[in-house]
Ligand binder design. Sequence first.
Ligand SMILES: Nc1ncnc2c1ncn2[C@@H]1O[C@H](COP(=O)(O)OP(=O)(O)OP(=O)(O)O)[C@@H](O)[C@H]1O
Ligand SMILES: [Mg+2]
Length: 296
Amino acid sequence: MRTNTRPESTPSSMDTTAGSVSISNVTKVYFGRQTLADKLLKRTSPDFEALSAINLEIEHNTFVSIIGPSGCGKSTLLNIVAGLSKPTTGEVLVDGQRVTGPGPDRGVVFQSYALMPWMTVAENIQFAIETVYPTMPVAQQKEIMQEYINLVGLSGAERKHPHELSGGMKQRVGIARALAINPQILLMDEPFGALDALTRGFLQDEIERIWEQERKTVILITHSIEEALLLSDKIVMMTRGPAARIAKVLDVPFPRPRKREELDQYPQYHELKAEMERHLTAEARVVEEARVRASV
Ligand SMILES: Nc1ncnc2c1ncn2[C@@H]1O[C@H](COP(=O)(O)OP(=O)(O)OP(=O)(O)O)[C@@H](O)[C@H]1O
Ligand SMILES: [Mg+2]
């Protein structure tokens, strides 16, 4: 049984219904930049509309996956929700408050781990806690740090540096660091993309277990149909870019806790899987046709 080491004043501990996300009419245009060399050579780089009118309502404690062709704008959308990038038009509200930058209510797990290489596992996690809760007594910070190291199964590796860890271990540090600040919303950008199939499956099961234990709103970007079906309540299917949109939102009705080996007993599992495969194949075909036309 985990002890509650949270200070009373942390926002998430006060309101268990927090963590709703409302994305309204979000567009994102990357404006073409003209360097001095471009000006001299009279070159212009055109503007690029990555996202077009994205609308999505996510209720608190819902697990949402985003799936779509490569380069369609999934990371762009997640970064806007994280407050790391600004929408060109539209807005994101978290519990009714407009997102204007990153905040402790949103923890981010990056695909590339983004750990501090000179810090140990323990220091990486404690650094995040002390940044968000600077007045918290150090003993309490350490207690929380240890709690999350244990939660992701990293006890014994506290003093190791990132270069001494496997990819799967680094990703666990990233997950522990994001969870340790007790965010009500967890944003994960292809967290298991770089891992071998076995480690990936193991970490997916861990995320399912942790989510059962610590209900949060989760937005997960993934390229894996099976991963999305195992973990999500809803799956957002995006169209190809430019000007990517949401094509459809699927409901995933399977009861929890879920076990991967049991899921394919549900006829609906195969229907949803086929629908996602059809969508991704159709979008990829258009991209491929455009590429072939451009090269002839
Ligand atoms: N800073 C930037 N400046 C200009 N264009 C950008 C920038 N960041 C992303 N893009 C473009 O916006 C589009 C969406 O990129 P994004 O990284 O969001 O896609 P993605 O769906 O996450 O792709 P992947 O599945 O490969 O991770 C791409 O065409 C990309 O080239
Ligand atoms: Mg991406």
